[in-house]
Ligand binder design. Structure first.
Ligand code: TTP
Ligand code: MG
Length: 228
């Protein structure tokens, strides 16, 4: 159910829940982090709707975007924005929600990067920005904590090659470097786009075993004790 508070649409009951967004470069380990915490009781985990981005009514906007960003960037990003909004607005079934990325990184990292690297026409950027501004002005999207998995672009490049998602085979190191730079400006230097929540940084260049250990060590900082 939706209600209205101070002119914004609000999902009922959301103020009594904690929302934690896991952020980081492509292949930084967000899904692994979420899977680890999904074993904790009282947590609802939402991984990214990437299967939708690869198949909307039989079309693959993710693959199209990588083939020709100037033509298909707006198509993918419009759909990413819709699916992220849908995630943020869905009813929360546990005291704590952890989710992969947010509507904020889709805009501040990916859309802004497409535009500033000259791969998105100005009119497409204007339309996407109008949508984003309308959404964030009129709909309440509460986030309580951002967990930033901080990696080097090289690590992500290695992991990408190992994981071998068909659409991502064309991603060069330079692309991961620009995404990395945008994340650092947003979440570390805090000099680019607005921050929707406080940031907890976890170094994420380590192997899986060490990452699981770090997640455990940071458990109390990530999960608000009063909600569990
Ligand atoms: P990620 O959101 O980084 O997800 P991931 O599963 O690769 O990360 P991790 O290993 O840390 O779990 O990216 C998924 C793909 O979608 C990737 O190719 C980048 C692309 N993408 C966009 O092009 N635009 C966007 O706005 C978003 C959010 C992703
Ligand atoms: Mg993932």
């Amino acid at each position: 159910m939706l209600s209205s508070f101070q002119g914004k649409l609000v999902r009922d009951g959301v103020d009594k829940k904690a929302v934690i967004c896991i952020e980081g470069n492509i292949a930084s380990g967000k899904t692994t982090c979420l899977e680890y915490f999904s074993k904790t009781s009282n947590i609802e985990v939402l991984t990214e709707p990437i299967s939708k981005w690869r198949n909307v009514r039989g079309h693959n906007p993710l693959a199209l975007m990588y083939q020709d960003p100037e033509r298909w960037g707006i198509t993918l990003q419009t759909y990413v924005q819709l699916t992220m909004l849908d995630r943020h607005m869905s009813a929360i079934s546990a005291p704590v929600r952890m989710m992969e990325r947010s509507i904020f990184s889709a805009k501040y990292i990916f859309v802004d990067n497409l535009f500033s690297s000259g791969k998105m026409p100005e009119v497409d950027y204007a339309v996407l920005s109008e949508w984003f501004d309308w959404i964030t002005t009129n709909i309440s999207i509460p986030v309580d904590l951002i967990v930033y998995l901080q990696t080097s672009p090289q690590t992500c490049h290695e992991r990408l090659k190992q994981r071998c998602r068909e659409e991502e085979k064309v991603i060069p190191l330079e692309y991961l470097e620009s995404i990395h730079q945008r994340y650092e400006d947003w979440l570390i230097k805090k000099n680019s786009s607005p921050l929707p929540a406080p940031v907890l940084v976890i170094p994420a260049d380590n192997d899986l075993q060490k990452m699981l250990q770090l997640y455990e060590e940071n458990r109390d900082k990530i999960l608000p004790a009063n909600y569990l």
